[in-house]
Design a protein around this ligand. Structure first.
Ligand code: SF4
Ligand code: SF4
Length: 524
């Protein structure tokens, strides 16, 4: 039976949506974890092929290709099928021209629909128990405007040295409270920054094969050569220069990548090997990875095992890692304003397994926007942020990316210092710069302005859980319980003259935020 053009169009659009949701969405989600090409079917040849067109990209392109190619294929197929259908009886008037237009329209529609389904799955976590990249991406990676380097370095910061060392859990190592992150270290300039930090008392650096396309390990290898090896704690990762090894990589591959790291670092052993940016229990507990680590340990090539995670599945991964008892160290995002589960995870890791806890992403002030100026008399934002992180005694140390000599002076000035009221004020000021979206807990100053007696602060808090903490399900449930309890919700804002407008002392545009909250929280 021949299909009418309309049926063919609908079929193509439906197929594109399914493809986006069930294939490209999950693939894109996994791609953002940073897996090596071998984590994807035909990964290496596909990666090599795509790399011909983008030779300077040092990331795994296989996942991106697997995410995009099916959508392009369905768009192309849609174009051809709709064109052919347009020529069959009952054909469209002028089937040639109109068929091309209909085919193109369907192809664009298939791309848009497939892309939308992909976005829902990969970023919003629909169909993935609410785990998508949007909240974590916003929290961790969207640091546009965060001031990482003080605009006016002070004279007293010059020559700063590490002033405090803390025990890295059961490794027993006394490590500097500020650790040299080498993600952007490369070449002679990077080597000089690395060496300067080590000379100023940093005794732990964190590198990886995929930092600067192996350039970080090479530069740090040269910097390490000038130091007594047994006084520096060196951490690297189970990965290739273009991404993390997948769970099913052979033991030999897991061993090989560390041996290659040793060669780049010019050392016989590393102190710590991380299963890096780990989002999947399979990869965390990969028998091959663990066997490879045990063998490396027996051979004296690696001493401790760790994991790092800053992905949508962080809570599950961290809890499993703690319960397994296999890990000596965990490295996870922790900073002022981080989502609330993180301190609980840290506490469990410390008290139940005596794990070392390395805080990372400490400057990623989430939704912070740049401060117009530094508060007079307070330290730099970076220093306040570090002191806040280190004020938690369960944090062993923090890792931060050093990219220029000023960072050595500025960052190390915070070592061993206590958090002051001025620091807290600075961090809170930063929070206030969240352009009028952060509803302060327990405030309630707007409540009297609402004729509907809506608990505005609760609704905005649920929205924060949804958008910023990655707790979409909780947020939707809380909003739904509130709706049941009150018999109404923020839907009423649509027909309201908004007397609440202007009642918020910190300038939250309440009607818009409430309407947006309703839209988000009734998504499910
Ligand atoms: S817009 Fe919404 S929150 Fe504001 S007064 Fe009206 S009902 Fe209350
Ligand atoms: S006045 Fe502003 S900060 Fe206070 S509860 Fe209302 S919206 Fe939140």
């Amino acid at each position: 039976m021949k299909s009418s053009p309309r049926r063919v169009v609908l079929g193509c659009l439906g197929l594109a949506a399914l493809l986006g949701f069930f294939l490209t969405g999950p693939v894109l989600y996994r791609t953002f974890i940073g897996l090596a090409p071998s984590a994807f079917p035909l990964g290496q040849p596909l990666n090599d092929l795509v790399k011909r067109f983008f030779p300077n990209l040092n990331v795994s392109l296989a996942g991106v290709a697997w995410a995009l190619l099916p959508l392009l294929a369905i768009a192309l197929a849609s174009f051809v099928l709709v064109m052919r259908a347009a020529r069959r009886p009952p054909a469209l008037a002028d089937p040639g021209r109109r068929g091309v237009v209909a085919g193109l329209g369907t192809a664009v529609g298939a791309l848009a629909l497939g892309g939308f389904a992909t976005w829902l799955r990969a970023f919003k976590g629909v169909g993935n128990e609410g785990r998508g990249w949007t909240p974590q991406g916003t929290e961790i990676f969207n640091d546009a405007g965060v001031v990482k380097t003080a605009p006016d370095p002070r004279a007293e910061w010059q020559g700063s040295r590490i002033a405090a060392y803390r025990t890295l859990g059961r490794t027993g190592w006394r490590v500097s409270d500020i650790v040299l992150g080498t993600g952007a270290i490369r070449g002679e300039d990077g080597e000089a920054v690395g060496r300067l930090a080590l000379e100023r008392g940093v005794n732990y650096f964190d590198t990886a094969p995929d930092y600067s396309g192996a350039g970080s390990e090479q530069a740090m290898g040269r910097a390490l050569a000038s130091m007594p090896r047994d006084q520096i704690f060196v951490a690297t990762k189970f990965c290739e220069p273009n991404g993390h090894l997948p769970a099913n990589a052979p033991v030999a591959d897991y061993k090989r990548v560390i041996e290659e790291s040793l060669a780049r670092l010019g050392t016989d052993y590393v102190d710590l090997v991380h299963i890096h940016s780990c989002d999947e229990i399979d990869r965390l507990m990969s028998e091959n990875a663990h066997e490879a680590f045990d063998r490396l340990k027996q051979e004296g090539k690696a001493r401790f095992l760790g994991f790092s995670s800053h992905t949508p599945n962080l809570v599950q991964v961290a809890n499993q890692a703690i319960d397994s008892g296999r890990f000596d160290v965990m490295m996870l995002a922790y900073h002022h304003g981080i989502w609330p589960e993180i301190p609980d995870i840290i506490h469990r890791a410390r008290t139940q397994q005596d794990m070392g806890v390395v805080a990372m992403k400490t400057l990623k002030g989430a939704r912070h926007r740049s401060m117009p100026s530094y508060t007079s008399g307070a330290d730099a934002y970076s220093q306040a942020a570090f002191k806040w992180v280190l004020s938690n005694p369960e944090v062993s140390c923090l890792v931060v990316s050093f990219t220029k000599p000023q960072h050595v002076d500025e960052y190390l000035y915070a070592s061993g210092k206590s958090l002051s009221q001025g620091d807290v004020a600075l961090l809170e000021e930063y929070d206030r710069q969240i352009v009028g979206t952060y509803c302060a807990p327990h405030c309630g100053k707007c409540l009297g302005a609402c004729p509907e007696q809506l608990p505005i602060h609760d609704v905005l808090r649920y929205r924060m859980y949804f958008e910023d903490y990655g707790r979409e399900k909780d947020a939707i449930q809380l909003y739904s319980s509130m709706t049941e309890r009150l018999g109404k919700n923020a839907a009423v804002c649509a027909g309201c003259s908004a007397p609440c407008l202007g009642s918020c002392p910190i300038g939250i545009a309440i009607p818009q935020r409430m309407a947006g909250a309703h839209e988000l929280l009734t998504l499910g």
